[in-house]
Design a binder for this molecule. Sequence first.
Ligand SMILES: Nc1nc2c(ncn2[C@@H]2O[C@H](COP(=O)(O)OP(=O)(O)O)[C@@H](O)[C@H]2O)c(=O)[nH]1
Ligand SMILES: [Mg+2]
Length: 205
Amino acid sequence: MELLLCGGFLGSGKTTLINKLLHGITEQGLTVALIENEACQEGIDAALTGQEGIKVVPLFGGCVCCQLSGSLLETVQKLEAELSPDWVVVELTGLAMMDNIREVFRMYAPKDLTARLHTLAVADMARWDKLVLRMEPVIRRQLAGADTVVINKVDLQPPSPQTLAQIEALSPGAVILSMSAASLSPAEVWTQVSKAFVSGKECTE
Ligand SMILES: Nc1nc2c(ncn2[C@@H]2O[C@H](COP(=O)(O)OP(=O)(O)O)[C@@H](O)[C@H]2O)c(=O)[nH]1
Ligand SMILES: [Mg+2]
């Protein structure tokens, strides 16, 4: 079982990306469970939640990067024991700090689980300049712990060289992808993201 934590500011496209990833994973004949920490579950395909091979587990009442970090670990370990899906995907709240979550895993998770942890942050190109101006500390900490960054909504606003450099500086060593998650097929999204996981691991070995 591999674990993917998907973070990024509210509205950046996490649910859109995750919908594509879940389909992309199941199209490969693999099974996946989704843990939803975002209070509003709307957007996760209604059809998907009943689809064979996909289980959706809500985890509300706080944010897994702070109050609920223990519950996240417990839920992941329970899913592994009971269902043993190929993938567990977690949609974090729009304010979750990826660097906090990584620290929780480093301190409390079994080493073999940490080795199977992938952290992905979605950056919203349509609102990037505004968000950095107003929420810089949050954006910084969402990208700081990510080993993959998806620069999303490039159909609305392609990243400038300055923005690319800024994102590279905020997430040192991360694999950076640019896409429009809304317009790609599940297979295209899964291919790009799974390749990033492989090349990210190769770089750290
Ligand atoms: N133009 C454009 N819109 C997108 C893209 N990805 C997501 N969106 C839209 O952005 C809004 C927020 O997306 P959502 O996935 O709910 O974001 P979340 O809050 O991070 O889960 C929705 O209206 C999506 O349709 C994209 O690649 N291009
Ligand atoms: Mg969402």
